[in-house]
Design a protein around this ligand. Sequence first.
Ligand SMILES: C[S@@+](CC[C@H](N)C(=O)[O-])C[C@H]1O[C@@H](n2cnc3c(N)ncnc32)[C@H](O)[C@@H]1O
Length: 282
Amino acid sequence: MYDILLEVNRRPKPFSEYTARELWTDPHTSEQMLAYHLNENIDAASRNLGFIERSVKWIVSHFGLTSESRVADFGCGPGLYAQRLARADVKVTGLDFSTNSLRYARRKATDKNLDINYVETDYLEYNTDCCFDLIIMIMCDFCALSPDQRSLLLNKFHSLLADGGAVLLDVYSSSMFNRREEGATYEENLLNGFWSADDYFGFLNTFKYGDVRLLLDKYTIVERNRTRQVFNWLQCFEPAEVKNEFDCCGLQVDELLGDVAGNPYDPDADEFAVVARSKEGN
Ligand SMILES: C[S@@+](CC[C@H](N)C(=O)[O-])C[C@H]1O[C@@H](n2cnc3c(N)ncnc32)[C@H](O)[C@@H]1O
């Protein structure tokens, strides 16, 4: 018992474990995630419906998307942005490793007669001969990645951009980092059964790594016959840090925004967004 509690409270090294696949593709949690995505009133897994509609309208207009434009949506989930972009007549490729979300996305596309290229893949391993006028990655998924994974992804973005193409993504801010507290809590069936259909005890340990502005929500789920841990890393950024990471991968941040719906940058907000283009494409 003491050893289990030691493990629950152990502070791991930054990005020592990558459990995103476990979180998003486990048959039970991916069902729960899909329900969050499709709840139009909350910002969990996807943002609320009003935001998504404003965002897609802004994206189409800001980037001047037409029926010739090719957009890649990295971590498209159930396709809430992809299907709206396709409805605006844009050519969309949606990438995700959640079978469950993509099953929903493909069904919706068929029902609505939308031609969307959904690819079930780990986006860190995605390769194609196509190139894109716009690459989007929405809901701060970039922040779950280690520095090496972010660099790999940004280099991939750089190689996939068409001439004059852009990247749009959002990240957590240093203000959010400053507001979050370390903590340890546990609850029977933590998050109302989110983690398993069977009874369990769920521990949530939040760690802050001040020197690198990193947060970790570490979940330990103890079921009768199984114990597992899921590591939700949340890298927080200053705008200059994002600019530097992009710069190292051949990308130049041209615009700093409050969010992916085009609102102005607010240094006190939890998140901000950037638009970047290839340095040589400018
Ligand atoms: C926070 S959700 C955002 C979904 C969508 N962008 C939205 O805002 O509605 C993150 C999505 O990225 C996917 N994802 C996370 N890591 C991934 C990876 N390495 N490869 C492919 N998909 C990934 C998850 O399955 C999930 O659908």
